[in-house]
Ligand binder design. Sequence first.
Ligand SMILES: O=C(O)C(=O)C[C@@H](O)CO
Ligand SMILES: [Mg+2]
Length: 391
Amino acid sequence: MTRIKSVRTRVWNWTGPTVPPAGNFCTNASDVIHRGGDAMGSFRFHQWLTCEIETEDGTIGIGNAALAPTVVKKAIDDWFAPLVIGEDPFDYAYIWEKMYRRSHAWGRKGIGMTAISAIDIAIWDLMGKLAGKPVFKLLGGRTKEKIPVYYSKLYSGPVESMQAEAEEAKKHGYTGYKMRFGWGPKEGMAGLRENLKRVEAVREVIGYDADLMLECYMGWNLDYAKRTLPKLAKYEPRWLEEPVIADDVAGYAELNAMNIVPISGGEHEFSVIGCKDLIEKKAVSVLQYDTNRVGGITAAQKINAIAEAFQVPVIPHAGQMHNYHLTMANTNCMISEYFPVFDVEVGNELFYYIFEGDPEAKNGFLQLDDDLPGLGIVITDKHLQHFEIEE
Ligand SMILES: O=C(O)C(=O)C[C@@H](O)CO
Ligand SMILES: [Mg+2]
């Protein structure tokens, strides 16, 4: 047995070129308080945290987190690293409970659970490397010949540019596309018409044999969503994502109960209990936790079992290996989200500039390697010139 001997956290601050967001780029939770200036402030992730856990025999497992990296780094360095050093990584359930219960007063959601997630993902990468198996083989194995993915970008912009982007994406064989809304309650009916215009325009390009997902990123409210849903029905959306803020679980449940368009969410929910509540309250028809927020692979796999029992499909937020392995190992996770590789805009793209190994989608699918131990990613130095790193 080889025990954990160190935990190394680094914050990667992107200093490279970024694509400035156009106006009405994507609704978000700050819109309701926005009084000019940078409406996207709460939205931009131009930092990432890596968490490397090394065992006595020199094996290193890699975890990561994208939410509030500097604060998560402090939480890991000060609180969680001392709890895991000296432990056997294969006691991962014990380690998870130890982190969860020793930080229970403040760590059940947000920063604390994100820190737990980064450590837990590193531990599963470690276990895979130590066992000589890919993580999905430790979770349930290959449930799919390959993973279908949906194209996730189409931020709101001029109709013509959204149609051109959808046209380009179509050439890559995707069978699902997620677009973002640019207008919300503050822009009233005029904004709502702009939203509907773009849904219609994207549908014109992708047709009706492909899935179309609609993303609000918490930028609407219950009243606006209730009035908009009937107008969206004719476009047959696969789901309407995060129409209200994450705390408005009753709002989610009311919209989902309208049964007009399936409501999805969960990327801003934390822990097994948090996701169980969303499912039990029928707040979502599609659950979208992110493994690097919800509690890592240990928590995500427990949530997958609960979701399967309730027959609520799980399609994790974001692509990235920490989510792909769960999708491969669970029949209730049918498809994955996929951010195409592009210039740094919101920050979801940073994963491609820090890690190597994330599979590229081919003709609407991606593949994992049965013989590549762990998660199958390494930290690359190829783009170091565009980062300032905080050890
Ligand atoms: O990809 C998603 O579901 C996100 O919420 C990411 C964010 O960029 C808004 O779309
Ligand atoms: Mg989302």
